[in-house]
Design a protein around this ligand. Structure first.
Ligand code: ATP
Ligand code: MG
Length: 315
């Protein structure tokens, strides 16, 4: 029997667009061996799989959700201050060096945005380097990525207008505003804002408590690095944010009766009129960052799209 359940991981390759290919069976066994050793799992501790393989990325070979949270050994120490579900991330062989020192520093110092109060950023708890592998212990955010949900869930069930609005609100209030406000005047910003980097929990139950978390927290390294390209990062962050918002609203438009097509022009007008982009751009540059202005602009934007009928009414 496999020690890690790979079924979900394998299914992702046909459910989302990716240029990556699944790890071979041999490679999967190697990863199981590595994690058994690192996590100090013995056969008798482990009658069923100790973990479930989840997503992967260009820098990440796989993120494994640990079913039983080990509370002793190295990872027990790393997780001592964290009661929630845990994951272990296996970095791709040639990719992990930069990321690993950032994750270590983030776990150690709590900066940037690594603490219980920052619920919209996946927590990093520590790193392990073993036999040439870079591993990160972090929080597991239950749920699926926005990308997966778009392609495999809300394609067949309508996304309610309230849920769409809540997702947009958490992305802007929870992720973009705090991270851009945390930028220093020489650093970059969090610019890789896209559907595959957000995990959503609580989407199944109607009226359930939705939580959106930014999981690709390696990207927060831009907040502590000087860059010549800050303007470019702000520009691409804003354009990615706009596209993500548009795609979510498209789902809320869905195929519902009265609104067969997406009102692209109305979206652009509402976005412009709210001043959201301008106010977000001020956050990295001004001290103290004008957070209230950005929040007001986001409220204005959300109100406009509601008034304009972008948000699907509850059935
Ligand atoms: N804390 C988490 N909880 C649940 N799933 C997670 C978590 N962290 C990562 N994942 C899953 O792993 C995938 C890859 O994570 P992430 O985007 O951080 O990797 P990456 O290598 O930096 O990606 P890329 O370089 O392609 O942007 C996510 O899309 C998601 O499916
Ligand atoms: Mg990613």
């Amino acid at each position: 029997m496999n020690r890690i359940d790979w079924s979900k991981y394998l299914a992702y390759f046909s459910q989302i667009n990716t240029r990556q290919t699944p790890a071979s069976e041999d490679r999967r066994t190697e990863i199981e061996d590595l994690l058994v050793e690192v996590l100090e799992i013995s056969g008798s501790d482990c009658p069923k799989p100790f973990g479930t393989a989840g997503g992967f990325g260009n820098g990440t070979e796989v993120v494994v959700h640990l079913n039983a949270t080990p509370r002793s050994g190295i990872q027990g120490n790393l997780a001592a201050k964290f009661a929630g579900p845990l994951a272990i991330r296996v970095m791709r062989e040639d990719k992990g060096d930069d990321a690993i020192s950032f994750f270590q520093q983030r776990a150690k110092t709590g900066h940037p945005l690594n603490g219980p109060e920052h619920v919209h950023f996946q927590r990093s708890l520590g790193v392990i380097q073993r036999s040439g592998y870079n591993l990160v212990i972090h929080e597991w955010v239950p749920g699926e990525t926005l990308e997966w949900l778009r392609e495999n869930y809300w394609n067949t069930r309508p996304l309610s207008g309230d849920a769409a609005q809540e997702i947009l609100r958490q992305i802007v209030f929870g992720v973009v505003i705090p991270s851009w406000a945390a930028a220093s005047d020489t650093s970059g910003v969090l610019w890789d804002i896209r559907d595959a980097n957000f995990v959503v929990s609580g989407y199944e139950a109607p009226g359930g408590r939705i939580r959106v978390a930014f999981v690709d927290t390696g990207n927060l390294r831009h907040l502590i690095k000087s860059t010549e390209n800050r303007k470019g990062q702000i520009h691409s962050g804003l354009s990615r944010l706009r596209n993500t918002m548009k795609r979510i609203l498209m789902l809320a438009q869905g195929k519902w009766e009265a609104r067969p097509k997406f009102y692209e022009r109305e979206f652009e007008l509402a976005f412009k009129a709210s001043g959201l982009a301008d106010n977000l751009s001020l956050l990295p540059d001004q001290e103290p960052p004008p957070v209230e202005l950005a929040e007001e602009a986001c409220h204005a934007f959300l109100n406009t799209i509601r008034e304009q009928g972008f948000l699907r009414p509850e059935p």
